[in-house]
Design a protein around this ligand. Sequence first.
Ligand code: PMP
Length: 326
Amino acid sequence: MTAFREPLSSVNEAIGETPLVRVHASPDAAPVYAKLESFNPGASIKDRIGKYMLERLLERGDIDPGGTVIEPTAGNTGIGIAVAAGRLDLEAVFVVPERFSVEKQQLMRALGAEVINTPSEEGMGYAIERAHALAEELDNAIVPEQFSNPLNAEAHYETTAPEIDAALDGEVGAVVVGCGTGGTLMGLAEYFLERDPNTHIVAVEPEGSAYREFFGEDVPHEAYKTEGIGTHDIETNDLFDSDLVDEIATIPDRDTHEEMSRLAAEEGHLVASSSAANSVAAREIADRIDRGDLAVPHDTVVTVFPDSSERYLSKGVYRDYEEWEG
Ligand code: PMP
């Protein structure tokens, strides 16, 4: 890896070019690679969309320097936007449902942003409404709206995907990625399906989430502990295009929790629940490739580890399952 050998002029230049690391390495199995997104300055994959969306919105004149960016967010997008906004002469305000990790909310405030909490039971739909209502009250304000803004997926098409492609010399057989907004998966899917339409695309969600409704399935909506992926309201998600997706992997919280500890103890990955869910799903796909049950153009499986477990220690991620607050 040659990135970052030269001095950089600001933290925004340190976003991206994260390491791609082989996980659950067994020399006989189909290789699984994970992109370690906690290496970004704001320590998550969302730095990429924070920088990308704000730069494009400024270029287009959708907002001018000195303006206010308002975003409904579970936290990481807020941190990503706040990192980028500070260096682009923009103010940041975030509307965050209460249930999301306090560490993330503290970090958003530390980066100079204002955080407005909404009741958890009202869901993300309500946070989105509040953000738009606030933007209408202010001059020179915009809601980038990660759940519907094509720039979200485009950030991954333009940055995450080509980095993976270059690291693996184009030999990507399956892309297995958890969906919150679906931006990461859609950006990667579009890119790798252009390279090879037979690339196998898997969306990952926690059990209790409703992504299967995009495929016309009727699923019970249940609470889940895994943070950052899944949805209870597919209406709020305009990015997810089920035509690009071959299957949905639905991972129970218990498997995710066990995998979080295993990844730390056995592989040295201090990653959070969405990474662990991705890891479980990616291994299942690799196992099917090994057994000859899944035809793919290359046997390499790619996933992402969106952020680190340090951000969730207060929620007991490494305690017993029952004590993990989720
Ligand atoms: N993991 C974590 C920890 C996240 O914060 C998010 C974003 N909500 C995701 C995964 C999912 O990424 P995306 O929104 O691109 O689907």
